[in-house]
Design a protein around this ligand. Structure first.
Ligand code: MN
Length: 184
């Protein structure tokens, strides 16, 4: 489970109630999709896609793109354990990522076409977000030294158009129904 090394190194599990990711035994690969809303030093969303037994994760400073063609920055962060897909609560202020975490959306995802190191075409089937998106790794000056800057781009699909206000207005957990304030 060395993919979780960075995740564990950044956290002190005596201080945070986030999962350490020690659960073993899952053998069937799944396609869990999770979108967290995270009020840390800057409010953002976190997109998580199950891949090879972990949740590959991207921080979305401005949330997901909802209009076809719209691009949003997606900064890849450390892989998270699968159990993070259940996590909702408060990370203590002084701990890494301190702030309130809400399960904003959850469901499954599908790969469309072949994944490339620099491009992943996905279809989300969440409770709130449904449809096609592309993750594409930035190049040139807009890339950081770790190569972690991606763009999340909404694609045209046959799903009905989502409201622009969806991410801003909806402040209720899909798991518990609580608002950010109620979770805090
Ligand atoms: Mn986050």
């Amino acid at each position: 489970m060395e993919r979780l090394e960075e995740y564990r190194r950044k956290r002190d599990f005596t201080r945070t109630r986030e999962p350490a990711g020690e659960k073993q035994g899952k053998t069937t690969p799944g396609h869990l999709y999770v979108m967290h809303k995270h009020a840390a030093s800057h409010d953002h969303f976190d997109l998580r896609l199950e891949q090879d037994g972990v949740l590959r994760s991207w921080a979305l400073p401005k949330g997901p793109s909802l209009e076809p063609g719209e691009k949003r920055l997606a900064v890849e962060v450390e892989d998270h354990p699968l159990e993070y897909g259940e996590f909702e609560g408060v990370i203590p202020e002084k701990a890494y990522g301190g702030g309130t975490v809400m399960l904003w959306d959850r469901g499954t995802w599908k790969l469309k076409g072949k994944p490339k190191p620099d491009r992943i075409d996905i279809e989300l089937d969440g409770e709130r977000l449904k449809g096609s998106w592309t993750l594409t790794r930035m190049s040139g000056k807009r890339q950081d030294k770790h190569g972690r800057n991606w763009l999340l781009i909404k694609r045209h699909d046959d799903k009905s158009r989502m409201e622009d206000s969806l991410t801003v207005e909806l402040d209720a957990s899909i798991a518990s129904g609580r608002s950010m304030q109620e979770i805090a």
